[in-house]
Ligand binder design. Structure first.
Ligand SMILES: Cc1cc2nc3c(=O)[nH]c(=O)nc-3n(C[C@@H](O)[C@H](O)[C@H](O)COP(=O)(O)OP(=O)(O)OC[C@H]3O[C@@H](n4cnc5c(N)ncnc54)[C@H](O)[C@@H]3O)c2cc1C
Length: 295
């Protein structure tokens, strides 16, 4: 099928992009086009006008700023994966990125496009929520910064309003010496969206005590969620403490029931993947080389 007719505009500045978006409720941002173009072709989206933000200089680049790594919205997923700053300072994102689609989609798909698209199973939004990233947007009234936890309102639904354009994601950097990360997901086929995915980051002190712990789940509901594993902090981590923390954090877990997977299956898999992600994070923080977890 072919898309319904639309206008195409390539603004020269971010301010111009916001003006164009504010002037027309039927206008839509296009970035890498990896989700939007198929939706246009199937006529699931029929915007009157596409605002192409891909070449806006304000939206590109990866930089360090005040304890965070700021990733410009139009950074290609493949470029983020290869970036030494991200590998060194946001290792959880580097570990999750190979699970986002496959090389051709990552060559075109952007970090900001994935966050703005807000698929409940998408890996980049899950990492943003797990790490407590800030989502930055430009609007005709100035910049807006929203914690990732508040940004995702539901499936394909975010706080981005008319006239607003996502500009960057600010990932906080953990400065501890010993950090480990873990990521696991289950999908029907390689490159498919996950039924369930789990992301974990752990920091240990020199004696092996837990200084900080973060755990997030994707695919179980209409948006990624952060689980409370604060009970791990201050203790030594072993298989029992990890299993207990996951059991406590997932007691009231509500999961989606759909034609892809039952709620009971998603809950069961969530517990297993969370435990594996935390175990990998611990092993990596302890200096072990973890095999088979990433692609
Ligand atoms: C075969 C295939 C497999 C895939 N598998 C996965 C997967 O496993 N995991 C996964 O997470 N994704 C997957 N994807 C989707 C992923 O590739 C896309 O990168 C992502 O969903 C959208 O990024 P994009 O830059 O292409 O955005 P686009 O398609 O250009 O836009 C997507 C949406 O975001 C909005 N948008 C984009 N940029 C901005 C911005 N700066 N400000 C405001 N709104 C914006 C657009 O208006 C649109 O609504 C897959 C895609 C394909 C084709």
């Amino acid at each position: 099928m072919k898309p319904a007719p639309f206008d195409y505009v390539r603004p020269g500045t971010l301010a111009e992009a916001c003006e164009l978006l504010a002037a027309d409720e039927d206008a839509r941002v296009i970035a890498g086009g990896q989700t939007l173009v198929p939706m246009l072709a199937m006529r699931l989206a029929r915007p009157a006008r596409l605002i192409d933000v891909l070449r806006l200089p304000e939206l590109s680049g990866i930089r360090e700023d005040n304890g965070a790594i700021v990733v410009g919205a139009t950074t290609r997923q493949a470029n983020a994966l290869d970036n030494p700053l991200i590998r060194a300072s946001v290792p959880l994102l580097a570990l999750a990125l190979p699970w986002v689609g496959h090389p051709p989609t990552r060559n075109r798909g952007t970090i900001g496009g994935s966050v703005a698209n807000a698929d409940p199973s998408a890996e980049i939004p899950l990492v943003a929520v797990t790490l407590g990233a800030e989502i930055e947007a430009a609007s005709p009234d100035g910049p807006i910064s929203t914690p990732a936890d508040d940004f995702f309102l539901g499936a394909m639904l975010t706080t981005i309003g008319v006239g607003e354009c996502l500009s960057a994601i600010r990932f906080p950097v953990w400065t501890h010496k010993r950090i480990g990360v873990g990521f696991h997901e289950i999908s029907a086929r390689r490159s498919d969206f996950a039924f369930v995915s789990a992301a974990a980051q752990i920091a240990l002190d020199d004696d092996g005590r837990c200084l900080d712990a973060a755990l997030g789940l994707g695919g179980v509901g209409d948006r990624p969620i952060k689980l409370d594993v604060a009970a791990l902090i201050g203790g030594r981590l072993d298989a029992k403490s990890l299993t207990d923390a996951v059991a406590a954090a997932t007691t009231d877990l509500e999961a989606t029931d759909d034609l892809h997977a039952s709620a009971a299956y998603r809950r069961r898999v969530a517990v297993t993947l969370c435990t594996r992600a935390l175990q990998d994070a611990c092993d990596r923080a302890n200096g072990a080389e973890v095999r088979g977890a990433a692609r």
